[in-house]
Design a protein around this ligand. Structure first.
Ligand SMILES: [Zn+2]
Length: 463
């Protein structure tokens, strides 16, 4: 079976001709559809219909009437990946410290150093570059843990970058750790909400971002009753970073007592927590965002991604990228790292005992990277699975490319075989954002010039 013309430029031209039509119909035909919807499962040689921004039908022999038809034989359709935490502003500093082995070294170099040189336009360029790269690699929803909000203009620039790339963006706002700043956060959240987050298409959502304790940057950035009250009054969720070890476990005990653990709260990393802390998390609806390469490669607390601990209290986590100063930027890396690490732990724990290891599967990690990520970001009713009624955030993955042929198991092919190069098309909210293997609406030479100039500013200002 040869792959078809699928995401050709001729089809894109048809889509663009009808881009003003709010009811534009796009019909993908003949695909293997990995829905990640528990009721729908995997469909073979099936069709998927998008009307406007929404998936309206999945099945066989769907009506082609008036639709732009995308022949998708030889491809796998999956939901777009959902990133539950990355610090997008840092992207000009990509891989600047690839072998960093100490959280303190990262904090001093990046947060106490480079961050202080950032102007609003540097926030814009870093965030835009991160979002475009995310789209290229199939991440359709990205939580930007934007913790360099030195002025209102820094926040505006970070939000505008999400808007301009067309990604489903979650802007999680936090003040900077160190250096001079306007002290406008968290008060400025009310202005941000009113200015950018009033519409209800859910393309942009706002969260409050905080740290677990005052250990890194003092008590003002630490989650507690005051920040919880502000988030509640604004009706927004909270994402808490740097959750690890005994001090975070003690904080979690306090949050439990104060009623601050809840479904609107996400705890990031969660390495080295006590069993009491896990018990409190498990009963509360609090979600967990793992960053497998961050935890293992940089070495956060125990350095072991807390997958078994989360599952043992009934929490299915989302996955995240964290910092591009040291780590890969795509979700394939996170899925494979977690899959390997958990299975290594599981077998190692019962080695020579005769007991059976409890291993996660490729389906589990794909669930974490899609539907559980959406739930973690508070968007499970919008994205994360191919379900009629949800927004059309989806990927077309070439299953018959050199590195994927022949297609034997679609979930195995996505999780273990595929890469950014196999993603021929990305739809976000029904709009093509990548087509025929190229991210759309990007002038790459101009972007490169901006990125280099911004990096030069940050590095020379610091020196
Ligand atoms: Zn982080």
């Amino acid at each position: 079976m040869a792959p078809s013309g699928t995401t050709s430029t001729a089809v894109l031209a048809q889509l663009q001709r009808r881009s003003a039509d709010p009811n534009r119909r796009i019909l993908f035909t003949g695909a293997t559809i990995v829905t990640m919807d528990a009721d729908l499962g995997v469909l073979h040689d099936a069709d998927l219909l998008v009307e406007g921004d929404t998936i309206t039908a999945i099945g066989t022999g769907l009506d082609r009437d008036g639709a732009v038809v995308v022949e998708a034989t030889g491809t796998i359709l999956t939901p777009g990946f959902v990133d539950t935490h990355r610090h997008a502003w840092q992207t000009q500093l990509r891989r600047i410290m690839p072998d960093v082995d100490d959280l303190g070294a990262y904090v001093m170099s990046t947060l106490a150093g480079h961050a202080t040189a950032y102007r609003p336009q540097d926030m814009y360029i870093g965030t835009r570059l991160a979002a475009l790269t995310a789209i290229d690699s199939g991440i359709t929803c990205m939580l930007d843990f934007s913790h360099n909000s030195r002025t209102p203009q820094h926040s505006d620039a970070a939000v505008q970058a999400l808007v301009d790339t067309g990604i489903r963006g979650v802007h999680a706002s936090m003040g900077p750790h160190f250096g001079d700043w306007d002290k406008q956060w968290p008060g400025d959240l009310a202005r941000l909400k009113e200015r950018y987050f009033a519409s209800d298409d859910r393309m942009l959502t706002l969260r409050l971002a905080a740290l677990a304790t005052g250990e890194i940057a003092g008590p003002a950035l630490a989650y507690g009753p005051e920040l919880a009250r502000i988030a509640k009054e604004l009706g927004i969720g909270v994402s808490v970073d740097a959750v690890f070890g005994t001090s975070s476990s003690a904080a979690i005990a306090e949050w439990e007592k104060g009623g601050l653990l809840c479904a609107d709260l996400t705890l990031i990393h969660a390495t080295g927590l006590t069993s009491e802390a896990w018990k409190a998390i498990g009963g509360s609806g609090t979600s967990i965002a793992l960053a497998p390469t961050s935890e293992a490669q940089i070495g956060l607390e125990t350095a072991i991604p807390a997958i078994d601990e989360a599952l043992s209290v009934g929490v299915r986590p989302g996955l995240s990228i964290d910092v591009e100063v040291a780590l890969a930027s795509d979700m394939f890396t996170q899925m494979r790292a977690l899959h390997a690490i958990q299975r290594m732990r599981a077998v190692n724990a019962v080695y020579r005992t005769g007991r059976q290891p409890t291993r996660i599967t490729t389906h589990d990690v794909l669930d974490f990277a899609t539907l559980q990520g959406a739930r973690t970001n508070g968007l499970a009713d919008v994205t994360g699975s191919l379900t009629p009624g949800k927004k059309a955030d989806l990927l077309v993955i070439q299953a018959e490319d050199l590195n994927n042929m022949p297609l034997n198991d679609p979930i195995g092919t996505v999780v273990l075989g595929s890469d950014t190069r196999n993603i021929s098309a990305v739809l976000i909210n029904g709009q093509p954002r990548k087509w025929n293997g190229q991210v759309l609406d990007v002038d790459l030479p101009a972007l490169r010039e901006e990125v280099h100039a911004s990096r030069a500013h940050v590095l020379t200002t610091l020196a």
